[in-house]
Design a protein around this ligand. Structure first.
Ligand code: TXA
Ligand code: MG
Length: 356
């Protein structure tokens, strides 16, 4: 049985927070909202509870978790030898969707870090997440609260859909804010390395640091990474059950993408008699309407507001399965700012990538 605890996101109900804290202190696992996506939490120092997180998500044991803290003193309980560059980012960006790779404190179980001597740490900005960690006084280890490989959950309904009966409770505080996960920076490397683009654009982080951040191909979702360096990157991610085709272009001329999407969707709908879902932007959606009765068009948001597309991304991917499409075709966006984050997720989610 999974208990659903409901609260207002901005003014967390103290009774709800206390009930969730009690379950965690007794060694249970609880899903809770953060400003990015819902996380599935366990007390970081309780190995039995942490192993329940891996079990509930069906997550491979070498894919480490992120540690969530609510104060700087908690940071010292999970990390050691923190470099000055880290504090420069922490001062400006915490609480918020930035995760830092730091040296592991020996008391953090290796189960949490997938055997690594580094830890991933962040201070979330969601009032519910912060109240819960404060109430516990102990950091929470939490990956996203989805079955491994599925799109991350941005609502409690998504969590329930994936994890009903596999976790003790979920705190339902409505939709998350960013809708994509935190940006992960390996601040121990020189220059720092972007491990995963996320809700904070990497360009903003470079401005604060005053240095360039290395963007490896795996952070763009283009290649598999060296697993020792970037655990988690080797696994299939964010995928709806519906096979997804991504059509991307390095040209700013949208007509190339539009023509390719039109051609592909007509081929599947008319020649192969399939139900096709096209995921388009506000700017291009009118190009695909009324092509065929077998084509269903969804709007993911405006290309001029990538925050909107990022926020709608996982919900839209999940909705493809509910619409029972045979195949889905999605347009790529420019790889700048949040566009890098969106393209990383889409390239990992797609079965087939087409460049035009
Ligand atoms: O926004 C977020 O980051 C959300 C919310 C719940 O906080 N969490 C999240 O966790 O996205 P998860 O487990 O889905 O992604 C954590 C990723 C891992 O896949 C891994 O790539 C990276 O963090 N990671 C964790 N520890 C690491 C380490 N020591 N070195 C390198 N990467 C690490
Ligand atoms: Mg995840």
């Amino acid at each position: 049985m999974t208990i659903i605890l409901r609260t207002n996101p901005l003014e967390p109900d103290l009774e709800v927070i206390k009930q969730a804290a009690k379950i965690l202190l007794e060694g249970g696992v609880v899903a809770f909202p953060t400003e990015t996506v819902y996380g599935l939490g366990a007390l970081v120092f309780n190995e039995k509870a942490v192993s329940k997180v891996f079990w509930a998500k069906k997550r491979p044991p070498d894919n480490p978790l992120i540690i969530h803290i609510s104060s700087i003193s908690m940071l010292d309980e999970v990390a050691v030898d923190i470099p000055e560059e880290a504090y420069r980012l922490i001062r400006v960006l915490w609480p918020g969707p930035l995760t830092l790779i730091l040296r592991r404190h020996p008391q953090v179980p290796k189960l949490v870090t997938g055997g690594l001597d580094t830890v991933a740490v962040r201070m979330p900005a969601h009032p519910v997440a912060i109240s819960l960690i404060k109430e516990l006084g102990i950091p929470i280890a939490a990956p996203s609260a989805n079955i491994a490989g599925r799109p991350s959950p941005t609502t409690a309904e998504h969590v329930i859909r994936d994890l009903q009966g596999r976790i003790d409770a979920v705190i339902d505080a409505g939709e998350t804010i960013y809708g994509v996960e935190s940006t992960i920076i390996d601040i121990l490397s020189k220059p720092p390395v972007l491990m995963r683009p996320g809700a904070y654009p990497v360009e903003e982080i470079e401005k604060i640091l005053g240095t360039k951040i290395e963007i490896p191909d795996f952070a763009r979702g283009l290649t598999e990474a060296n697993t020792a360096l970037a655990p988690g990157v080797k696994y299939r991610h964010y995928s709806p059950e519906t096979p997804l085709i991504l059509v991307e272009s390095s040209s700013s001329d949208l007509s190339k993408i539009i023509n390719a999407v039109k051609e592909l969707s007509m081929k599947y709908a008319e020649n192969e008699n399939k139900k096709v879902c096209i995921v388009a932007s506000s700017e291009t959606i009118s190009m695909y309407e009324f092509m065929s009765m077998k084509i269903h068009v969804l709007n993911i948001g405006s290309r001029n507001n990538l925050f909107e597309i990022a926020r709608n991304l996982f919900r839209t991917l999940r909705s493809l399965d509910e619409l029972s499409c045979d195949i889905a075709i999605i347009e790529g966006v420019e790889e700048k700012g949040l566009g890098l984050t969106i393209m990383n997720r889409l390239r990992k989610a797609a079965k087939l990538k087409i460049r035009v």
